[in-house]
Design a protein around this ligand. Sequence first.
Ligand SMILES: [Zn+2]
Ligand SMILES: [Zn+2]
Length: 364
Amino acid sequence: MLLSTLYSKMSKDYYKTLGVEKNASKDEIKQAFRKLAHEHHPDKGGDEAKFKEANEAYQVLGDETKRAQYDQFGSSFDGAGGFPGGAGGFSGFNGQGVNFEDLGDIFGDLFGGGFGGGGRGRARSARGSDIAVDVRLSFKESVFGVEKEIQITKNNTCERCAGIGGEPGTKMKTCKACDGSGMETTVQRTMFGNVQRQTACSVCAGRGEEPETKCTTCHGIGLQHGRSTLRVDIPSGVENGMKIRVRSQGESVGAQGDAGDLYLIVHVEADPRFHREGNDIIVHKKIGFTQAALGDVVDVDTVDGKVKLKVPVGIQPGDKLKLRGKGVQTSRGRGDQIVVIQIVTPKKLSKKEKKLLEELDLRE
Ligand SMILES: [Zn+2]
Ligand SMILES: [Zn+2]
């Protein structure tokens, strides 16, 4: 599956969700969120889906780092802590008002199981583990984006039985572990006391029945361990250490629930010529002092190849010249390349050079 397809599907307009402008201040975002949270609070008969949406948006826009990443890449990107994924990202509230900083995600868990989607009391299914894979990019690939082929060894859903564990066409019989109820009761300790939770039976995955004949490929597990190849579009502008989430490409749990996510950990190889600062690319260029004094046109490396740069008369060491639009590609256009001028003083002089310089007698 291509990341770009996921990207467009997953990208959400968090600004629109909160009803604020793209340049809204931190306070405006906070206020907008609090207003929505009060309005849609599920405890007060509000719309839980809207409440969660607002919360998800605030988790990102309320955090400067995540907001900056979101502005550049949209909601498919993850900061170090990861963007909240819908229901899982709920950050909690208390009985009186809304307090989003203090409580953990205890209520998120309760919401996910109790109020979420199918309603109270429905069994919650398992979810596969996430996988992290390193992806190495050249500096240029990180600037322009690239399609990469990734090999992952993981549990995939068994193709023969679609993860159910039975031979195709086999009859199902009542699960002994749960006596056909499909439920398992667990007790979870929270700061409000013990909360009893019904989860899906781990033997039959909540179906209440088991196949009479087990699948011959996976021996009833519903999984096949193996190597798979995935092509992913790495968008332009990614930085070293960034994590990209590819949904549902992690470990499978067969028919018991959703697969985990795949995280691509970006490693950008250093390039001795280029150094990145935000969306600008910094390059150091050495010139001789005659060129500095008289001006010149010099060749400069850019990620697009060599370009001619006009050095003005009387340039000073450390002066910066800008090559507009030669920086990092982002969704909003390209950054610039900044050329920092270094002036080289000759270490050895011929007799003639020495004589000429002495005649010049350039002193401060
Ligand atoms: Zn069962
Ligand atoms: Zn199978």
